[in-house]
Design a protein around this ligand. Sequence first.
Ligand code: SAH
Length: 289
Amino acid sequence: MTFDLVTIFPTMVTQALDTGIVGRAIARGLLDVTVHDLRAFTSDRHRVVDDVPYGGGPGMVMKPEPLLRAIAAIERARGDLWVILTTPQGERFTQDVARELGKRPHVAILCGRYEGVDERVRREVDQEISIGDYVVSGGELPALVIVDAVARLVPGVVGDEQSVADESFNRGLLDFPQYTRPPVLQDVSGRKRHSDDGARVPEVLLSGHHAAIRRWRKREAVARTLARRPELLAGATLDDEEQACLRELIGERASHESVAARGQENDVAKRDEEDSVTRRDEGENNGSH
Ligand code: SAH
C-alpha cells in the first residue's frame, strides 16, 4: 500500500515516519510512504503556497493550484488515487474508517495549514477526515495519525497478528488491562494516588492457569467497555463467553442499581422527614419573631 503526504513541513513528518512500527514497515517494504514538499508544486520564484482570504478577515488560506498540481503529479506516478483532505470539518476518523482505507492501494493525504485550504480543492478530494473535535495547527499530525492507524492493519506490519485482533475497537471491545513486573508495586513517586487499591497484580495472572487467565481477560474487556464505552457494545462481535460475561455484568449492575435505588428511596424518605422537621423548626422560629 502507498501513502503520499503533501505538506509544507516535510521534516515534521519524515522524522516521525522513520520511527517504531511504521518506520520498520517502511524499511521492510510493507508500506511505501512518500512525503512531498508542497512548495515543489509552486510556479513562482518565491514558491508561495498561501494568500489572503477573499472577503477579508484574519490569517491566510492555502492556494489551490499547488495542491491540485501535487495531486495530479502523484496520480501520474501511482495510478488511481484516493485523495484525503485533513480538516476538522471532515468525517470523524475511527478504526472502521482506518480499515476501509487499508483496502485502498494508493492514498494521498493533503495537510492544511493557516486557516485551511481554498474551498475549491475539495472538488478533487475523495474524502475529508477529521481526527477529532478539536483544532490543531496543521494537517501533519492528523496525517501521521491516519498513516499509523492504517499501517497497523496492513498484514505483517504489527509482529504478532493476534495483538491487532485483540486491540481496542477492532471487535467493538476495549482491550483488557495489562501488567508487567513487579507483582507488588511499592510507592516510588510519593504522589497522591487516585486509589489505594491495585498495587498488586491480579492473582489470576500469576497463577499460570491459562484458561482462567483467558476468561479473566475477556471479562475485564467486557466490563471495561460496559463501564467506559457502553455504546461500543451495540456494534461489537462477542463470542459466547463474552456474551455470557456481558449478561452477567448487566445483571449485577441492575441488582446494584436496584439496591442503590432502594438506598436512595430511604435517603429521600429520611430527607423528607428531616425537611419537615426543619420546616417545623423554622415555623416555630418564624412564629417566635
Ligand atoms: N480554520 C479551520 C481550521 C484550520 S487548522 C477550521 O476551523 O475549519 C489548519 C489545518 O490543520 C487544517 O487545514 C487541517 O489540515 C488541519 N487540522 C486541524 N484540526 C484538524 C482535525 N481535527 N482533523 C484533521 N485536520 C485538522
